[in-house]
Design a protein around this ligand. Structure first.
Ligand code: ATP
Ligand code: MG
Length: 262
C-alpha cells in the first residue's frame, strides 16, 4: 500500500530573538492511504508545527514531506484542517459555512450539487435540520460537527486535526469520537489527529505515534490492533487498557520523567 503521507528526516528550528529554537529533529513518519494516525507527545514538543509542515504552510529546514507521491512545497488545497476552536463565519448559515471549501476548490460546481453534498454530510453527523441556523445558535459540540463536515466537504487527500475535541466536555467528546468513526466508515479518508487524550488516540487511531520531547522525533509507534467496528466500551477491555498503560509510559519517557532514559 502506498503511503499517503511520508515525512522523511524532517528537522526544523524557529528563528527567535534568542537564536534558533530546534523543534523537530530528524522526524520520520508514514501514514498509509485511508489510515488514521493519532499523534501524541508532550506539550510544546512540536505537534502543531508538524501539521503546518504537512499542510505546506511552512517548509522544513531539512528533510522532505511527501503527500500522495508529491513533494510538498507550498500550501495544499487538498488538505482539510480542523482545530480546537472552529472558526465559522457568523453571517453565513451552517450550510453556507460547510460549502465554503467547495466554493474555493470547485468554483464551477453547480450550487445545488454543492449544497446536496453539504446536506448529506450534515445528516451523517446528526445535524439534519440545522442547515439554516447561524453558528452562534449551535452548541460547541454541534459547531465542531459542522466544522468536521466543512473540513472534508471537498474530499481532501488528508484531514489534519489539531486537538479538535479539546474544548468539549467528556461526554460530548466521546459522542464525537463515535461520529468520527461512523463518518469514516461511510466516507473513508486519511486522517492525522493531534491529541493530548490517550483514550482518544486509541479509540480513533489505527496507529498512535508518540513524539519525543522537543526537538521531537518519532519515539514510538503503536499499532492499534482492535476491531474496526469498535464502540466506546472497547476502552475498558484489557487489550485497550494495556495499550493505554504502554502509551502513558511512553509519554513519561518523552517528558523526560523516566530515570532510565534521561
Ligand atoms: N512561529 C513560531 N516562532 C517561534 N517559536 C514558535 C513558533 N511556533 C511555535 N513555536 C515554539 O515551538 C515549540 C513547538 O510549538 P508547537 O506549537 O509546534 O508545539 P505543540 O506540540 O503543538 O504544543 P501544544 O501541545 O502546547 O499544542 C514551542 O516551544 C513554541 O513556543
Ligand atoms: Mg499544538
Amino acid at each position: 500500500m502506498q503511503n499517503l503521507i511520508d515525512i522523511k528526516g524532517v528537522t526544523h528550528a524557529y528563528k527567535t530573538k534568542h537564536g534558533p529554537l530546534p523543534v523537530l529533529d530528524n522526524l520520520n513518519l508514514a501514514v498509509p492511504e485511508g489510515e488514521f494516525a493519532a499523534v501524541v507527545g508532550p506539550s510544546g514538543c512540536g505537534k502543531s508545527t508538524l501539521t503546518r509542515l504537512v499542510a505546506g504552510l511552512m517548509k522544513p529546514d531539512r528533510g522532505e514531506v511527501w503527500l500522495h507521491g508529491e513533494l510538498v512545497k507550498s500550501p495544499r488545497k487538498t488538505v482539510g484542517m480542523a482545530f480546537q476552536n472552529p472558526v465559522m463565519l457568523e453571517w453565513r448559515t451552517i450550510l453556507e459555512n460547510v460549502i465554503l471549501p467547495l466554493e474555493i476548490v470547485a468554483p464551477t460546481m453547480p450550487k445545488a450539487q454543492k449544497e446536496a453534498r453539504a446536506v448529506a454530510l450534515l445528516e451523517m453527523v446528526g445535524l439534519k435540520g440545522f442547515e439554516t441556523k447561524r453558528p452562534s445558535e449551535l452548541s460547541g459540540g454541534m459547531r465542531q460537527r459542522a466544522s468536521l463536515c466543512r473540513a472534508i466537504v471537498h474530499k481532501p487527500d488528508v484531514l489534519i486535526m489539531d486537538e479538535p475535541f479539546g474544548a468539549l466536555d467528556n461526554f460530548t467528546r466521546e459522542d464525537l469520537w463515535q461520529t468520527m468513526r461512523d463518518l469514516r466508515a461511510k466516507e473513508p479518508f486519511t486522517c492525522v489527529l493531534i491529541t493530548h487524550d490517550l483514550r482518544e488516540s486509541v479509540f480513533l487511531g489505527d496507529q498512535v505515534i508518540v513524539l519525543s520531547g522537543r526537538p521531537a522525533h518519532t519515539q514510538y509507534v503503536l499499532n492499534v490492533d482492535l476491531p474496526a467496528d469498535r464502540t466506546i466500551d472497547i476502552l475498558y477491555e484489557p487489550k485497550a487498557v494495556e495499550m493505554l498503560h504502554l502509551l502513558r509510559d511512553q509519554i513519561r519517557i518523552a517528558q523526560g520523567r523516566d530515570g532510565d532514559i534521561h
